[in-house]
Write a protein that binds this ligand. Structure first.
Ligand code: NAD
Length: 418
């Protein structure tokens, strides 16, 4: 495909799909969006680390060919004020996999958020956030090592669908009248702002399917459906119901429900089966503080997942290190989960951890587990040596505070000794 402002690297091959499975060449072209604010610092440092790990893990037989595409402020410079150029979407449709730094959302630019736009336009319906502790990282928990979950948050529905009607508007009055007169729903005050929460079987099931498939592929022990079905019966409650239904219909060999375990197996999960369980959303926050080991993969609706992702990230070091990805049927966009931290722009100071580990997720997505593991181990070694960026240095005793670029150099050096 011909592009106006972007070009494919001289070497490298496209990732392709056949019959639903991904074919990854040894020299795949991966897209990157540098990101605004601290984006340059963390992307430059992380790319050095990813490349070094791939080179070391595969002795030069595999390598990434990076292809830059634009969004945010850098895009506005290249495309004459356009923050979200169409050819960036086209490049993702063509090349399938990429990673992005944080993006500034332009105020009054006609976008609710560039991130939300990317997810919606490319139909990246699963927001995937692994939350685990790395040895040495400051944490408020006594046993942060017990936290090891992967959150699948539904990305396209719920109150985030943007179906809202402002108090006092014509549309709001029409909807209020319809609710009262046609549906007999009278339990709200005059002039209440009104929002619609759509939760569909299609949207819920494709997200829960992705969570169960991940659990099977990565040999995880359970999938917990997190919902608020005790109150919101036909949206959150339905999400739970459809989750059990899907597991029963599509994964009868691989999964077992909590009820079945209690009724037929004396409360013990049979070997090799993935437990499908569910929890009310508010209790989940308590459980993840008091008994985090009882949960593994989590599948949840959009709003619950938003809260839960940041709360759990705080248990193991905060959003500065929490990685994430937005994944659809073929396209996967990995991303730093924090913002652009504008006051640190080009200061070579911040923690590249969130973007770095999003890249680790990307390497795992390509089945390049050896390179991914090399980075994780070298990172842990670096933290163990108490060589950290300013944010961790503030929370650790006897730490050596280093620049983002030096931190990357140390991680690369440590790949030789792990
Ligand atoms: P932020 O995450 O940019 O920064 C909040 C604070 O967190 C910073 O001041 C800094 O102290 C700390 N921090 C963030 N990233 C860090 C890192 N890598 N290392 C060390 N410390 C780090 O949040 P904000 O200030 O609310 O948002 C700033 C801008 O980012 C806004 O324009 C917002 O729209 C955008 N934003 C983008 C994304 C995204 O692209 N995914 C997410 C959130 C916010």
């Amino acid at each position: 495909m011909a592009y106006e402002h972007i070009s494919a690297p001289a070497t490298g091959d496209k990732i392709t799909f056949s019959n639903g499975s991904m074919n990854v060449p040894d020299n795949p072209i991966l897209l990157f969006i540098e990101g605004d604010g601290i984006g340059y610092d963390i992307m430059t440092a992380s790319k050095r680390i990813w490349d070094a790990a791939v080179d070391k893990a595969y002795g030069g037989s595999k390598a990434v060919s990076w292809m830059e595409v634009y969004a945010g402020e850098k895009a506005a410079g290249v495309y004459g004020g356009n923050y979200m150029p169409e050819e960036t979407f086209d490049a993702f449709r063509e090349y399938k996999v990429g990673i992005k730094g944080p993006l500034t959302t332009p105020v009054g630019g006609g976008f609710r958020s560039l991130n939300v736009t990317l997810r919606q336009v490319l139909d990246l319906y699963s927001c995937v956030r692994p939350v685990r502790w790395f040895s040495g990282v400051p944490s408020p928990l006594r046993h942060p090592e017990d936290v090891d979950v992967v959150i699948f948050r539904e990305n396209t529905e719920d109150t985030y669908a943007g179906i809202e009607f402002e108090s006092g508007s014509e549309e709001n009055k029409k909807l209020a009248d319809f609710l009262k007169n046609e549906l007999g729903a009278t339990n709200f005050f005059p002039d209440a702002g009104l929002g619609i929460k759509p939760i569909s079987p299609f949207g819920s099931k494709r997200l829960i399917r992705a969570a169960i498939q991940y659990a099977i592929e990565r040999r995880r022990s359970s999938v917990t459906l997190v919902h608020k079905g005790n109150i919101q019966k036909f949206t959150e409650g339905a999400f739970q119901k459809w989750g059990y239904e899907l597991a029963r219909e599509e994964f009868p060999q691989e999964t077992i429900s909590w009820d079945e375990v209690a009724d037929k197996h004396d409360g013990r999960v049979p070997d090799g089966k993935i437990l499908i369980q569910d929890t009310i959303a508010d209790i989940m926050f308590q459980k993840m503080l008091l008994r985090p080991r009882e949960h593994d993969v989590i599948a949840t609706t959009n709003l619950n997942g938003d809260y839960l992702s940041d709360a759990l990230a705080a248990e193991v070091g905060g959003v500065g290190i929490a990685p994430g990805a937005n994944i659809g049927d073929e396209i996967a966009l990995f991303e730093a989960t924090h913002g652009t931290a504008p006051k640190y722009t080009n200061k070579d100071m911040v923690n590249p951890g969130s973007l770095l580990f999003s890249g680790v997720m990307m390497l795992e997505h390509l089945n390049w587990f050896e390179a991914a593991e090399l980075i994780t181990k070298a990172y842990e070694k670096t933290i163990e040596q108490r060589c950290v960026t300013y944010d961790f240095a503030r929370q650790m005793e006897n730490a050596t505070k280093v620049a983002t670029s030096e931190f990357a150099t140390r991680i690369i050096e440590n790949m030789d000794i792990v």
